[in-house]
Structure formats: C-alpha cells, structure tokens
Design a protein around this ligand. Structure first.
Ligand code: URA
Ligand code: CA
Length: 433
C-alpha cells in the first residue's frame, strides 16, 4: 500500500477500506508515514468528509494505536461523560458524586486545563491533600467501594490522536466533524467506558459556534459509539455564557459543593440533572430518563449526593472539612476587585470565551502547558443573562494572588453587555440518542 494512493482516493471522494485506514493510522503512529502525507490526508478529509463506516473504523484504529484501560474488575456499567470544553464548566465535580450516589460506577480519568477551559484535575487539587495519582489497583478498589474515583491521565492512550491533533492544529484541519468525532470517541473508548454521555457545547464559548454544527458532531459521535458497541447519548447545551457563576479552580469547587447541597446556580444544577439522568439511565438506573432524574433529584435533596462527595474527597486524601467550611479550607486570593456596572438595564450577553480568557489572565488557567496555576484565582459572576442590574452594582468579583490590572476589569465590562431587554438563553438545545 502507498499513502499517496490513499490520499488520491480521498481526494476523489472514494471511500477508504478498513484495511487502508488501519494501515494508515498504524504507519502514522510508528512514523513510517510522514506528517506531510498525513496533513494532505487530513485536508482531503476536511473537504470530502468521511462516511459513517469510515468514521467508526478510524475511531477504532486510533483506539488500537496505544494502550487501552481495562476496567473489567469494576462491577457494573462504566459510564463516562465528556464535555467538548466550556468556560467555568463545573459539571464533572457535581456529576461524579451525584451519579455514584445512585449506584452507577464513575471511574474517571481526567485532564488538566489548557487555555481558557478548565480541567477537573486542577479543580480537585484545590482541595488540600487531594491525590489524583492512584495506582490502577487503588483506583479499581475505590470505585468498587465508593462507586467513584478520579485519576489523572497516565499511560500511552491513543498516541495516534496526540500526533494527529497536533498536526491538525497547525494545518487548518481541526474543524472537521469526522476528525473531531473520532478524536473524542477514541479517547473515551480507550479509557474503558462501556457507555458514553456527551455534552456538546455550542455558542461563543464553544468549539461549535452554531446549533447545527453541534448537532452534526453529536449525531456523528452517537453513531460511532453505538456502531462500536458503546451505548452513547448526547446533549447539545448552550455555552454562549459561562455555566454557573464561578470560574476558577477553588471557586468552582465551592460552587460544586453548593450545588450538591441543593442550592447551586440554576443552570449548572439543571445541566447536571440532564447529563446525570443520561449517565444513570445508561448505567441501568430507572426505566426512563425521567425515572433516573427523579432518583438524582431525591439524592440532591436528602444529602446522599453530598455524602458521596465527602467520601470521595476523604478517600483520595482530601480534607473533607471542605464540605462544611469551603471558605476556610480552599485557597484564598490575596487580591480581589469588584467590577461595577456603568449603566442600569438587563444583562443581555456574557461572552463566555472572553470571560474565560480574563479568568486565565488572573491566573486561573494556563497559557501554555508549562505555566503554573493559581488555584485561588478566577472570578465570580453576580449577574447572568436576563438579570436586572443598577449602575454601580457589582457585576463580578475578580480574585488573584497577583495585583489585578485595570485591563482585566475592562475585559469584563466589554464582555458583559447591558441593554434594555434581553432574549432568554436556552440551556439545553437538544438531546441526541
Ligand atoms: N477535542 C478533541 O479531543 N479532539 C478534537 O479533534 C477536537 C476537540
Ligand atoms: Ca461554574
């Protein structure tokens, strides 16, 4: 086989065979197929798309390019959740204990944040003592005992994706639905998920700017999952404004605890219930999404979800006093500043990605993989889209361990629009199953 022939085929919109795709991904992983040929292929895929069959084959070829996590020692259906990246997305911190509290095992491998989107591992490390480096045995044992554990990514999972994603990043081929769908699904499958729930974000803060693009991506991932034997569902949710009120690691831990106590922000609570009911349902709880949701709502009210969080934190070495006294236990920032509204009206837009970048500049995120992170830094939005505001009232509080510049304040003011009226923002656009 010659790579140039495969490029030629894709360029002429002829379907690639399983044998060809497997050969190509193996060769690219091993380095016998060079970057320049793979970039030409990625561009041909970008323009000519892939068939449903090609997408599933590509996904499994990427899975097989490296190690796969075997979670068969964990009892029950292992359901994983993936979000396509948001700003201030606190859902995993809430969902892991919430779903565990209804008996579904949550064996989660998570990453660190990069750029303006946060990572669950960084958030958990805001809790003093919390250990994300568990041995495989300890991880499995904890999930069997408590139904929940979270570890940092380790091992050589999907090396083909690492190479291909980096290549796409510099060749203008990131925004291709078959390439995004296979990239995301291969990572979930290689981490051992039996069933997968996807939160596909749309709006200014998201990768997929329109609902149509988000739906196409969601449908493709659901199709791939179900074709390769993993029950998969997706939610298309709005990320034109940040989720919840807190953005920043320690601040989001506090927000998650409030949500598990039943008085978190409305949008965050609702999205956790929507995603959580899909996870619980796929994990075998209830005969419908409605039944699964009722169980989750019950555990938010009766304190079982909060108890599951406490046990989860304690079992991984974290200080469980964080549940009752988050202000005392979580890191605090040396500097804080209020951003005051310059006019009265209604908040009509909060540009999520710009707010995320402001939080990163305060120290909450990494500009490069090597940058260190300020776990106390970030911001708290006192107003969301649709809220009334008076001139002089605080729109947001900024937190940082370095002096806070006027520039960050200006970014917030420029990206929280105040008008006379505001159109309501939907939270969940659609469900794909
Ligand atoms: N996230 C991924 O993991 N892969 C992509 O291709 C795009 C977003
Ligand atoms: Ca949040």
């Amino acid at each position: 086989m010659r790579m140039v022939d495969l490029i030629d085929k894709k360029q002429h919109n002829i379907e690639l065979t399983e044998q060809e795709i497997n050969w190509m991904i193996q060769g690219y992983t091993e380095g016998t197929i060079p970057d320049y040929q793979m970039s030409a292929m990625a561009m041909a895929i970008y323009f000519n798309d892939m068939t449903k069959a090609e997408r599933s084959i590509l996904t499994m070829a990427i899975v097989e390019s490296g190690e796969q996590i075997d979670l068969s020692d964990i009892e029950g259906v292992k359901v994983d959740k993936h979000s396509t990246g948001g700003v201030g997305d606190t859902t995993t911190l809430v969902l892991a204990p919430l779903v565990a509290s209804v008996g579904v095992p949550v064996a989660k491998m998570s990453g660190r944040g990069l750029g303006h989107t946060g990572g669950t591992i960084d958030k958990l490390e805001a809790i003093p003592g919390f250990n994300i480096e568990l041995s495989k045995e300890a991880f499995v044992e904890l999930v069997n005992k408590n139904k929940v554990a979270v570890v940092g990514q380790s091992g050589n999972l999907t090396p083909a994706d690492k190479k291909l994603y980096a290549l796409r990043d510099v060749t203008g081929t990131v925004e291709s639905i078959p390439l995004i769908a296979s990239s995301i699904m291969s990572k979930k499958i290689a981490s051992g998920a039996d069933a997968i729930v996807l939160d596909v974000k749309t709006g200014a803060g998201a990768f997929m700017k329109s609902v149509e693009q988000a739906r196409a991506l969601a449908e493709s991932m659901v199709e791939i999952g179900n074709t390769v034997g993993r029950n998969t569902m997706a939610v298309i949710s709005d990320m034109s404004q940040p989720l919840g009120n807190a953005i920043g690691n320690g601040l989001e831990v506090k927000e998650a605890i409030e949500t598990l106590k039943g008085h978190g922000p409305e949008d965050l609570t609702e999205l956790c219930l929507v995603l959580g009911s899909q996870m619980a349902y796929l994990g075998g709880v209830g005969n419908s999404l409605e039944e699964a949701r009722a169980k989750l709502e019950e555990n938010l009210q009766n304190g079982k979800a909060l108890k599951a969080f406490e046990l989860f934190v304690e079992s991984q070495g974290g200080d469980k006093a964080v549940v009752d006294r988050p202000e005392e236990i979580l890191p605090t920032a040396e500097h804080s500043k209020e951003v005051l509204a310059e006019q009265s009206g209604v908040v009509s837009m909060i540009v999520a990605d710009q707010i995320g970048i402001a939080a990163m500049k305060l120290g909450a995120g990494r500009e490069t993989k090597e940058s260190s992170i300020d776990l106390a830094a970030g911001l708290y939005l006192h107003k969301k889209v649709g809220d009334k505001v008076e001139a002089g009232e605080s729109l947001a509080t900024l937190y940082s361990n370095k002096p806070i510049s006027e520039e960050v304040k200006t970014t917030i003011l420029d990206n929280m629009h105040i008008s006379q009226t505001a159109a309501p923002l939907p939270l969940v656009h659609d469900i794909v199953r």
